[in-house]
Design a protein around this ligand. Structure first.
Ligand code: ZN
Length: 445
């Protein structure tokens, strides 16, 4: 039974809170603490959200903090759900708190790029936390995508060795043990400081649960009076916007600059990534309130929606598009294939549908893009091969837990149906060593 939960600190990640629970309760290992909290043996802690808690843990926690409050104030929900539609926002709030839904089913979670792979901390906040609380903890705001500095101390954030992705490792990593004493580097660039403050105030603004203005409309009206929208309002100059934005943020030394495709998707309303929206809006000089509590009239929203159907003014330069898209596609596809970009870490099969969706392409357009097509073909595989890779992954993951497990555990974790077991056998050796393959076969039979 859960004995003691410490109080949660302001802006602390739920994950960090659980880490401290583990430390304070005197468990011998992370595993025993996890058994107290989580539902299944295969559940690992979620870094950005709450995770699959067992009913006992939920009951205990709900007594201290309502789950909605935890999601809103102690997870990365305000980042990922900020600009999705009202209905999705409500669903996500409920499902993250009450039924452990995989965040990838609720909103888009962009692949991580350099500088975003590990949990970050501010060395000065660490000192301050230790003075005021007697220990430090993982702060939410330091984990916002593209957040380079601590807005409170204006110093650069430092990457720890703790992966920011949830699926990696079945251990609790309390901030107290993973935040070394680092040299403090103060940020000198006023624009970087301004941008960090901007991200923070968008993140911190109360979530709007009434207004359902699409963010594409908000940005469209933010582009009015700029050179990126024709005075008639009938054409966007997306390429010019993307190029200028790229130069602007590159000079600032931003980790992850929005690509033309990401910008286009956001402007056309098919995506609403926090990082991309904030980059566009900050670049255009829009006030944060315009984003977090927009006040457009229904006519203004309609005007933007109508603009989607206008013809593109410039013909598509396929050679350029292919060259620009290839590196992005490679990254996306690889992350899906090996599972590193999937929240549960499970490898997935790369389908043509996925490529078209990710790249926002229309039917057969891949035919005009030989480099992209070659990348896709390199990752193409028959279903049984993808099942084999999932099974190997599940097997290795269960083994890493160091406890006995059965074929049914592999089946559940890999999601591969029993009737498909036999078709995978020929593919096992292509993706793992002979010994592992034999062990897996022995488990199946
Ligand atoms: Zn700080």
């Amino acid at each position: 039974m859960i004995s003691y939960f410490p109080a949660i600190y302001p802006d602390e990640l739920v994950y960090s809170w659980f880490c401290r629970y583990y430390v304070h309760s005197g468990f011998f290992s992370s595993k025993s603490a996890m058994q107290e909290l989580y539902f299944k043996r295969s559940d690992n802690p979620s870094k950005e959200f709450i995770g699959n808690l067992n009913p006992g843990a939920v009951e205990q926690i709900a007594k201290m903090y309502p789950l909605d409050k935890l999601v809103l104030e102690h997870t990365m929900y305000p980042q990922y759900a900020r600009f999705i539609s009202l209905e999705q926002k409500k669903t996500a709030l409920y499902r993250l708190g009450h039924d452990n839904c995989d965040a990838h089913h609720l909103f888009c979670v962009l692949p991580r790029s350099e500088g975003e792979h590990y949990l970050r901390f501010c060395p000065l906040c660490v000192n301050e936390d230790r003075e005021t609380c007697g220990e430090t903890y993982w702060h939410r705001k330091h984990q916002i995508r593209n957040m380079g500095i601590c807005t409170k101390h204006r110093c650069r954030l430092v990457e720890s060795s703790v992966p920011a992705k949830s699926e990696q490792g079945f251990v609790f990593c309390p901030a107290e043990h993973y935040t070394g004493c680092d040299k403090v580097v103060f940020e000198e660039d006023p624009q970087m400081i301004q941008f960090a403050n901007y991200l923070e105030s968008v993140f911190d603004a109360p979530m709007d649960f009434e207004n359902d203005t699409p963010i594409s409309s908000v940005l469209y009206h933010g582009m009015c009076q700029t050179k990126y929208l024709k005075p008639s309002g009938r054409s966007r100059y997306t390429k010019m916007l993307a190029d200028d934005l790229n130069v602007f943020y590159r000079e600032m030394g931003l980790y992850n600059i929005a690509s033309i495709y990401q910008i286009q998707k956001v402007l056309l309303g098919s995506r609403s990534d926090f990082s991309v929206v904030c980059q566009i809006a900050f670049f255009l000089g829009m006030e944060t309130e315009k984003l977090t509590s927009p006040s457009l009239t229904p006519e203004q929203v309609q005007q933007e929606q109508d603009s989607h159907y206008m013809k593109d003014t410039a013909p598509v330069d396929w050679v350029q598009l292919d060259a620009d898209t290839a590196p992005i596609l490679e990254k996306v596809v690889q992350g899906v294939y090996d599972g590193t970009d999937n929240e549960n870490g499970r490898p997935e099969r790369v389908s043509e549908r996925l490529v078209y969706r990710e790249m926002n392409l229309l039917g057969h357009q891949l035919e005009n893009m030989p480099r992209c097509k070659a990348i896709f073909e390199r990752y193409t595989e028959p279903y049984p091969e993808s099942w084999a890779r999932k099974i190997i992954w599940a097997y290795q993951r269960l083994r890493a837990q160091g406890k006995p497990f059965y074929w049914s555990d592999i089946r559940k974790l890999s999601g591969v149906k029993k009737k498909n077991f036999h078709s995978i056998i020929p593919y096992l050796q292509e993706h793992t060593d002979a010994e592992t393959a034999n062990r897996i076969v022995a488990l199946i039979e």
